[in-house]
Design a protein around this ligand. Structure first.
Ligand SMILES: [Fe+2]
Length: 242
C-alpha cells in the first residue's frame, strides 16, 4: 500500500540523520546548580598596594587562598544545613554556638576577612580618625596613644591565631581579642559589639615579611589602617543605638 505524499515525505525525512521533523525533548538532567550563598569580593586595591607594610605575596595568598577557602567551606556548610540558608552572614554569626564548628570557623573567617580588607588602604590614603572617633577614644582610653598601645597588646598577647578588635559595645569602645576566627558578633563572644577596627594576627597575615615578629607587624599596621572605614563603622554603630 502506498502512503499519501505528505506522510511519505515525513517518513523519508525521519529516516535521514539530521533531518528530523522536530527536535526530541532534551532528556531530564540534573537541576542547574543553585547560586552559592556567599562569594569572595575582589580586594579594593592591588595586591602590592599595601607595600612595604604588607607584601604582595602575603596579600595574594591571604585573599586568594585563605579567604577563598573560608568562603568555599562556608558555602558547603550552608548547603548541607537548610536551617542556615537564606540568612545574612551577620545573622549566622549570632547562632554559631548552636551549630558544628564549620560555621563558626568559616563563617567567622569570611566575615572577619571581608571587614579586614576594607579596613586597610595604601599608605597615605586611609585618611584620619574623625573628631567623633577621636573624642570617644579619648574618653574610653585616655588618648590615641593609649588606645594604640592597648590594641597592639591585645594582638600581641593573643596566643596562637586570632584577631585584635576595637568594638563599640553600645555605650563605649572596648579593645578585645578573639581566638581563631571568632568575632564580637558571635552569640557566645565574651565581648559583644560592633567592630570598628580589626586586625588579623594569624601568622598567615604577616609571616612572609615579619616571620615571628608579630609586634613589628602590629606597630607597622597603623600605616595601612583605613581610618575612613573605621570612622564609617563607628558612625553607623553609634547611630544604631540612638
Ligand atoms: Fe587571615
Amino acid at each position: 500500500m502506498s502512503l499519501p505524499p505528505p506522510i511519505a515525505a515525513a517518513v523519508v525525512a525521519l529516516s535521514l540523520p539530521g533531518l528530523a521533523m522536530a527536535a526530541p525533548a532534551p532528556a531530564p538532567g540534573p537541576a542547574p546548580a543553585a547560586a552559592e550563598a556567599f562569594s569572595l569580593a575582589p580586594l579594593p586595591y592591588a595586591y602590592e598596594a599595601l607595600e612595604p607594610v604588607i607584601d604582595a605575596q602575603t596579600m595574594r595568598i591571604h585573599h586568594g587562598k585563605h579567604h577563598q577557602a573560608y568562603v568555599n567551606n562556608l558555602n558547603a556548610a550552608v548547603k548541607a544545613n537548610p536551617s542556615l540558608q537564606g540568612k545574612s552572614l551577620e545573622a549566622l554569626m549570632g547562632e554559631v554556638q548552636n551549630h558544628p564548628p564549620a560555621l563558626r570557623n568559616n563563617g567567622g573567617g569570611h566575615y572577619n576577612h571581608t571587614l579586614f580588607w576594607k579596613l586597610m588602604a595604601p599608605q597615605g590614603q586611609g585618611g584620619a580618625p574623625s573628631q567623633a572617633l577621636v573624642a570617644q577614644i579619648g574618653k574610653d582610653f585616655g588618648s590615641m596613644e593609649a588606645f594604640k598601645e592597648a590594641f597592639q597588646a591585645a594582638g600581641a598577647q593573643r596566643f596562637g591565631s586570632g584577631w585584635a578588635w576595637l568594638v563599640w559595645t553600645g555605650d563605649k569602645l572596648v579593645v578585645t581579642s578573639t581566638p581563631n576566627q571568632d568575632n564580637p558578633l558571635m552569640g557566645d563572644a565574651p565581648v559583644k559589639g560592633t567592630p570598628v577596627i580589626a586586625n588579623d594576627v594569624w601568622e598567615h597575615a604577616y609571616y612572609l615579611k615579619y616571620q615571628n615578629n608579630r609586634a613589628g607587624y602590629l606597630s607597622g599596621w597603623w600605616g595601612v589602617l583605613n581610618w575612613n572605614e573605621a570612622n564609617r563603622l563607628f558612625e553607623t554603630a553609634t547611630r544604631k543605638g540612638k
